[in-house]
Design a protein. Structure first.
Length: 94
């Protein structure tokens, strides 16, 4: 099984640690983590997968992330789903 370098962006340290633990023995094990999009964009690393918590996103954030991680798949975690949020994420390349 090949692995994918996974970047995790989430402001909650507790949530980041829990998700890292869940993904630890999978091909999506988290290798790099950031608490903000600004940190992730400022310190870009090669990645196949970027996971971002919905709480981390503001208008334009996903577009910046897409530009910084142009080759990566972007997954947005959300506890609620609205048509506007889904459309915005899809338009930004998530």
């Amino acid at each position: 099984m090949t692995s994918s370098r996974t970047v995790l962006i989430e402001p909650s340290c507790l949530f980041r640690q829990g998700l890292k633990h869940l993904l630890a023995d999978t091909r999506f094990a988290v290798e790099v983590e950031f608490s903000t999009i600004e940190q992730a964009v400022g310190d870009t690393v090669a990645s196949g997968l970027v996971i971002i918590g919905k709480a981390s996103t503001a208008p334009g954030d996903l577009q910046q992330l897409r530009e910084a991680y142009s080759e990566a798949r972007i997954v947005v975690l959300a506890s609620d789903l609205t048509v506007d949020a889904l459309r915005d994420a899809m338009n930004a390349g998530a």
